[in-house]
Design a protein around this ligand. Structure first.
Ligand code: NAD
Length: 437
């Protein structure tokens, strides 16, 4: 069988580590990398060094499409530019794999869906969270009808002061680049709810505020590198101390002025950090969702309520059992416990080996299901997603593979939430798709 040819635009950490390196190392039997593109020539050169080969590299996307042969374009640039490359690739007759979020507003979303239809090509999304075995088990149980028809979903997501803070340091911190966390981050979470329940959203109401990051503290430098609050700041990030941040970003700043260590208290931050969203689905199901980006721990918890009972699942990802005011100490692996929050509080250090899902039948009792913890990025989701994307013969009985429709439905909840925060009014998803129903 002929190998599929891929080119990629956006050679940042995600583009290189999630796609380029696996493409040439793990999928060389079925895939060929034919070109890479980025506005930053320094990061292109670094990508070539890491790949260990002289793959054709371009700073102009049109030039890449004109000069290399490819079947599928992988888009891993910053969010606000995804639509540009998706549409150009489709118009050139290519299929597309795009990183989440598919795009950041409803106009761009409609343009992508229309271009896909016109071109008769395929846009696939990269919802790696779906593939983690723990999340897959939830889908299985709900599909078996464990709670009956799902009447409501309660979903809370916690980003801690390491991971959460990272979104306020760079381009994500402006809505014009990322759509804010309700699009950039919550696209994963809304997609999970849509996929777990098999439902599509209809009406959205949201509230949001910026209370922790942004100009909430005394004036600091625009970036950590030249800031005098090095030991006094709980968010001081030293790019020089981290090999990945240094080589990808610090050493390539001269080309584009992209500072990876912007101050998390900068007045330029215009995204929310505290968010609550209510969604009604087409079948009447209700979702209440909360996202915090300065939580004391990292993880999530979900519950599904129906006539037969309540299904609950919680994933505790990391926890700091003792106070760590210095950012560098909070990122140190020995301080971050990938264990039960609760066990870690008692000093237990074992790695978490399994997750528990609990079903509470409506008239009493409890049934537990355990899922072994899985190795690899995003709970083992990244690896499984790559198998689905790059190999043709992977069975998909639970519908893990995501289409452009899935990409649209997940971002449209966040886009509607942004509009609702701005206007104080509920927003209908159909209107964002340009329909009246
Ligand atoms: N699925 C996941 O779990 C996951 C995880 C991380 C990132 N992502 C997504 O991957 C994408 C990249 O994230 P990242 O953290 O690597 O970002 P990044 O800023 O580190 O890298 C983006 C790269 O795109 C380049 N770029 C920016 N604008 C461009 C343009 N107009 N044309 C060409 N190149 C351009 C930049 O120079 C940079 O090299 C984002 O969309 C992000 O949402 C997804």
């Amino acid at each position: 069988m002929a190998k599929k040819k891929y080119c990629l635009v956006g050679t940042g950490v995600r583009g290189v580590k999630m796609f380029l390196l696996p493409l040439v190392k793990d999928y060389a039997d079925v895939a060929e990398l034919t070109g890479i593109c980025d506005l930053n020539p320094g990061r292109l050169a670094l990508a070539k060094r890491l790949l260990g080969r002289d793959v054709p590299a371009f700073t102009d996307f049109g030039e890449m499409l004109a000069n290399v042969s490819c079947d599928t374009v992988i888009v891993t640039t910053k969010d606000a530019t995804h639509h540009e490359y998706i549409i150009k690739a489709l118009e050139a007759g290519k299929d597309v794999i795009t990183e989440k979020p598919m795009t950041i507003d409803d106009e761009k979303c409609r343009a992508i869906l229309a271009a896909e239809e016109r071109a008769g090509r395929r846009v696939r999304g990269t919802f790696n969270y779906r593939y983690a075995p723990f999340k897959t088990k939830i889908k299985e149980l709900l599909r078996q009808g464990i709670v009956g028809e799902i009447f409501s979903v309660e979903f809370r997501w916690f980003l801690d002061t390491v991971h959460g803070a990272d979104y306020y340091r760079r381009w994500h911190a402006q809505k014009a680049n990322s759509g804010g966390l309700l699009v950039h981050k919550a696209t994963h979470h809304f997609d999970l709810v849509n996929w777990w329940t098999g439902q599509e959203p209809e009406l959205v109401f949201a509230l949001g505020a910026r209370r922790f990051y942004g100009p909430t503290r005394d004036q600091r430098s625009e970036r950590c590198l030249d800031c005098r609050f090095t030991s006094a700041c709980q968010f001081h990030l030293d790019l020089r101390a981290d090999e990945e941040l240094r080589s990808f970003y610090l050493e390539n700043e001269a080309h584009d002025g992209y500072h990876r260590d912007g101050c998390v208290f900068s007045p330029r931050i215009d995204i929310e950090d505290t968010m609550s969203v209510l969604v009604r689905y087409k079948n009447g199901m209700l979702l209440s969702y909360n996202l915090s980006s300065y939580a004391p721990f990292e993880g999530w918890s979900v519950a599904f309520n129906g006539p037969l009972g309540r299904l609950e699942a919680t994933e505790e990802e990391t926890f700091l059992p003792t106070t760590q005011p210095r950012f560098a100490a909070r990122t140190a692996p020995e301080n971050r416990y990938p264990a039960d929050w609760y066990l870690a509080a008692f000093g237990e250090k074992e790695r978490k080996t399994r997750f528990t899902i609990r079903f509470y039948p409506v008239y009493g009792g409890v049934e537990t299901f355990t899922v072994p913890a899985s190795e690899g990025g995003h709970g083992g989701g990244d690896r499984r997603l790559l198998e689905m994307l790059f190999r043709e013969d992977v069975l998909d009985p639970l519908g893990h593979a995501a289409t452009s429709r899935d990409g649209a439905m997940s971002i449209l909840i966040g886009i509607a939430a942004n509009k609702s925060i701005a206007t104080g009014q509920p927003v209908r998803i159909a209107e964002l798709l340009g329909r009246r129903d």
